[in-house]
Design a protein around this ligand. Structure first.
Ligand SMILES: NC(=O)c1ccc[n+]([C@@H]2O[C@H](COP(=O)([O-])OP(=O)(O)OC[C@H]3O[C@@H](n4cnc5c(N)ncnc54)[C@H](OP(=O)(O)O)[C@@H]3O)[C@@H](O)[C@H]2O)c1
Length: 230
């Protein structure tokens, strides 16, 4: 049976991944920042007691990766989805300041690699050996014609570079590493005016995950499978 791990799974796209994968009879380890308030995950746990595990994980805690590795021990992870992420306010040239910027970089750029570093042995034990990072088209340098959004854009541009290095480093071990843009999606982050539903985005991304393998490592892909420019 396939084992999937999704970070930031209590709402938005993370929860969408969990629901969709549980419908496919896959084993899911989901992480959430606050177990008690993760009502939808807890309700899913009652429906799928054998297929879903919930682990409390705050990416801002320095030992986050270590605690996750300790929880997993020697279990395989076939598909790792580094989904958790945050946006920011006051991102224009004259407003931007270091403190909120650093917080976003910690969550969106540094933590995903630290989590991956901590549990890479679990991915090596998996059959599929696939790692996906939720990036954003806003991180594309080529697509940046409107400026602004310094904080969020730079976190995802940096993440794309991390994905590229990781794809090169892990290729000899047969591990696929891909950067995914989910579309502009109706979540708390995307807002109500976003044109893409969670369901549409998740179905598209899962198709991309199913279809990609080591030949695709190091690519930056849209939820509909199209290539995106770095
Ligand atoms: N929605 C879009 O249009 C869009 C577009 C491009 C890329 N993305 C990317 O897609 C991913 C998911 O976005 P979304 O729209 O689903 O966002 P969302 O609805 O705001 O959900 C974000 C998730 O990340 C978790 N998270 C935030 N900070 C965390 C931390 N310090 N430790 C652990 N978990 C943390 C949140 O947990 P809490 O509930 O505890 O806060 C929540 O589960 C993000 O990486 C985002 O950048 C989204």
């Amino acid at each position: 049976m396939t084992n999937v791990l999704v970070t930031g799974a209590n709402r938005g796209l993370g929860l969408g991944f969990v629901k969709n994968y549980l419908g496919k009879n896959v084993n899911v380890v989901s992480t959430t920042r606050d177990l008690e308030s993760s009502k939808e995950l807890l309700a899913l746990k009652e429906r799928f007691p054998n297929n879903l595990e919930i682990f409390e994980l705050d990416l801002l805690k320095v030992n986050a990766g270590y605690t996750l590795a300790n929880f997993l021990r020697d279990r395989p992870v076939d598909i790792l989805i580094n989904n958790a992420g945050i946006g920011s306010t006051n991102q224009q040239f004259q407003e931007v300041s270091p403190k909120p910027w650093l917080e976003v970089l910690k969550v969106n750029l540094i933590a995903p690699l630290m989590v991956t570093q901590s549990i890479i042995n679990n991915v090596k034990k998996g059959v599929a050996k696939k790692i996906y990072f939720l990036s954003s088209q806003l991180g594309s340098i080529e697509y940046n014609t409107s400026g602004g959004m310094y904080i969020y854009r730079s976190s995802k541009t940096g993440l794309n570079q991390v994905v590229k290095s990781l794809s090169v480093d892990l290729k000899p071990q047969g591990i696929t590493v891909v950067s995914l843009h989910p579309g502009w999606v109706k979540t708390d982050m995307g807002g109500p005016n976003a044109p893409v539903s969670i369901d549409e985005s998740i179905k598209g991304m899962i198709q991309v995950i199913d279809k990609t393998d080591i030949r695709d490592t190091g690519r930056f892909l849209n939820y509909d499978g199209k290539e995106l420019p770095w």
